[in-house]
Design a protein around this ligand. Structure first.
Ligand code: TRP
Length: 334
């Protein structure tokens, strides 16, 4: 904890094309937390290889994601933005924590069950131990808060269990982190099936708005968005499609749901779709321009990658050495 600020840690995978859901639900909020907290935002490339990746694509996407963090308004001087693979303490602590985690605990993880069903030909040990690496990520920085989607809640709980187990044996080594389940972040649903979360791996390209979609594509996808046959703009479980459009509109404009409902009172679905499409374009166009600008600043980005990895390694190294000492590894000779 620096300057008495609480520590935030979060990470995102560079696999798949990021969607509006990743931006409104996560990145945009991450940026809003950087004044109040000491923030570490990681590109978790080591998690990505639990599913087979094309090396050239992974490398490119990881760099693009780091650039996107900056474009989203996260200041790399203030917060720490880096690649997990550049800080070897992540893998080292993960190994140690593996020895304090039970097979039974990992077997119960729903994401492991889902992913192993989906990738039957590659149920590797890394996929099984994925939550342990995630615990190492968080605990290395003594994070107080971890902003994640509700789908990561189980992983965060196991992280707390592992940390408490370790602390019970060795004393207060790790801060026990709390989840920060986007009280401000919007949960963006699929445009084609509004009962389902907008996903970067959806096969239907009309279901998701990708962060790099151009204006025409965005407007077209909103025009095709699934609604209902009620014909009135309302908000609630009986109108998931319209509610999703309203949520997206509010997340982009900063308006409250009631305000939006008043604004669209008596208007048609077509008008709502246009307004939401325009609001989304208004958010994404400047983001895309900033990504394009930063992508050309190769030296600047390289410098950030190097500096930030060093800053992360410094903090992480302190925790790792403490852990190594506690469990009985010989101290280093300096
Ligand atoms: N498992 C997270 C996800 O898929 C990504 C992640 C890895 C993460 N390590 C983390 C998130 C640490 C928060 C903290 O969304």
């Amino acid at each position: 904890m620096l300057d008495g600020k609480k520590v935030i840690f979060s990470g995102m995978q560079a696999t798949g094309n990021l969607t509006l859901g990743n931006y409104l639900g996560a990145l945009k909020n991450w940026a809003q937390l950087t004044d109040e907290y000491e923030c570490y935002y990681c590109v978790v490339d080591e998690h990505s290889i639990t599913i087979r990746q094309d090396p050239a694509v992974l490398r490119k996407r990881a760099r693009a994601l780091l650039i996107l963090y900056i474009a989203a308004g996260i200041d790399p001087e203030k917060s720490v933005l880096y690649f997990q693979s550049h800080v070897s303490a992540h893998a080292e602590l993960a190994w140690i924590l593996n020895c304090y985690t039970y097979m039974g605990e990992m077997s119960r993880m729903t994401q492991f069950k889902d992913k192993s069903a989906k990738h039957e030909d590659n149920i590797n040990v890394g996929l099984f131990a994925y939550p342990v690496l995630m615990a190492a990520d968080i605990l290395l920085y003594q994070a107080d808060l971890v902003p994640v989607g509700i789908d990561q809640k189980q992983h965060l709980e196991i992280c707390r269990d592992i940390a408490e187990r370790f602390n019970n044996i060795y004393g207060d080594v790790f801060t026990i982190p709390d989840g920060y389940y986007g009280s401000t972040g919007a949960k963006v649903m699929s445009l084609q099936n509004p009962e389902k979360k907008m996903s970067k791996s959806d096969e239907n390209p009309n279901a998701s708005i990708y962060l790099m979609d151009d204006t025409d594509t965005i407007m077209r996808k909103f025009k095709r968005a699934v609604t209902d046959s009620l014909g009135v703009i309302g908000y609630g479980p009986e109108q998931p499609g319209i509610s999703n459009l309203i949520d997206i509109y509010c997340a982009c404009t900063g308006k409250k749901v009631e305000e939006a409902l008043k604004e669209f009172d008596g208007r048609g679905y077509g008008e709502l779709k246009m307004a939401v499409g325009e609001a989304v374009c208004g958010q994404l166009a400047p983001l895309q321009a900033e990504v394009a600008r930063l992508t050309k600043e190769k030296d600047y980005i390289d410098r950030i990658i190097k500096n930030n990895a060093e800053r992360a390694a410094y903090t992480a190294g302190k925790t790792l050495r403490k852990v190594q000492h506690k469990i009985g590894f010989p101290d280093r000779i300096r």
